[in-house]
Design a protein around this ligand. Sequence first.
Ligand SMILES: N[C@@H](CCC(=O)N[C@@H](CS)C(=O)NCC(=O)O)C(=O)O
Length: 122
Amino acid sequence: MAIIRWLLGSLILFFNWLLTPRGIERDPAAQADIDQQTGNLTLYQYNSCPFCVKVRRAMKRRSLNIDTRDVKRSDTAREELLAGGGRLMVPCLRIEDEGEGVRWMYESSDIIGYLEGRFVAA
Ligand SMILES: N[C@@H](CCC(=O)N[C@@H](CS)C(=O)NCC(=O)O)C(=O)O
């Protein structure tokens, strides 16, 4: 079972590498503005999780530089996710809104919808 999981994970990473989307190019000032906004976002995830790959590809397509935390490699990241989000499921996007506090968003489709809605014209 562990071997099958490893094989599947490796295949996912290989095809993700092979078919990496090109990010959009912005002028430096626009990219700096986006980087400042995405500074309040953190993606809890791990490398070979297919749902995480889906979200990372959406980030790449829109050139969103979002900090990622690997819950398989870091005990601290795992504890933060469990304490903040309440579930050890990935992907999960931590959203820190000024004045609104912190939200933890699960579900890859919701995360992608949120990113595409927020940065649609960016
Ligand atoms: N419907 C979820 C599925 C996410 C999911 O199943 N993630 C797996 C890793 S690939 C996970 O964290 N499983 C642990 C759990 O379900 O508790 C999504 O689209 O984000």
